[in-house]
Design a protein around this ligand. Structure first.
Ligand code: HEC
Length: 166
């Protein structure tokens, strides 16, 4: 083993120690929230995709760079879910829980169900609150995703075309 790979092993050991310490000192709620974010695939739509089109959760929930076109309705990009003013900065835990379960934003707008809130309506209080606490505890990252577009408008960023059953 050369000195460089020894240094890499030492660095990854230090990093995993740091991660462990953080997990132990962080609340169970945040650990649960991180786990739910992972298994509920929030990053598929709320994190950028790499050049092959695969979601890249390591970049954080800073907003999607590939949107969804719902025929006859809109083209929409997964918003930035970090607590920045270009994301959900200013939202309370209750605001996030309401959006997840009922699809209603603090301004009273209904989210297009590309965001799978009808499925998330069944979240327990504990899980919904853990998700919200986790989102609001992330580092704030400034990244504004494109505004929602009409279904036939020219789109500023790529999108998936949803085909509805006839
Ligand atoms: C299949 C794609 C998809 C998945 C998976 C998904 N979302 Fe979304 N989400 C969206 C889209 C698209 C919107 C915007 C819809 C609109 O504006 O009408 C959205 C909107 C939101 C909003 C409202 C944000 C705002 O600024 O208005 C929140 C909060 C949110 N999602 C949280 C989550 C969380 C937490 C998860 C995982 C538990 C998740 N989403 C999973 C696509 C998705």
């Amino acid at each position: 083993m050369n000195i460089l790979s020894l240094a890499a092993v030492a660095a990854s050991f230090t990093m995993s120690l740091a991660a462990q310490t953080q997990a132990q000192s962080g609340s169970d709620e945040l650990t649960r929230g991180a786990y739910l974010v992972r298994i509920m695939t929030c990053a598929d739509c709320h994190a950028p995709r790499d050049a092959t089109g695969a979601p890249d959760p390591s970049r954080g929930l800073v907003g999607g760079n590939v949107g969804f076109r719902v025929p006859g309705l809109a083209i929409v990009w997964g918003p930035n879910l970090t607590p920045d003013e270009t994301g959900i900065g200013g939202w309370t835990v209750e605001d996030v829980v309401r959006a997840l379960r009922t699809g209603e934003t603090p301004e009273g707008r209904g989210l297009i169900p590309v965001m799978p809130w009808p499925a998330y309506a069944g979240l327990s209080d504990e899980d919904a609150t853990s998700l919200a606490a986790y989102l609001l505890a992330q580092p704030a990252v400034s990244n504004r995703v494109p505004e929602m577009q009409g279904p036939d408008d020219p789109a500023p960023m790529p999108y998936f075309d949803l085909v509805l059953p006839q």
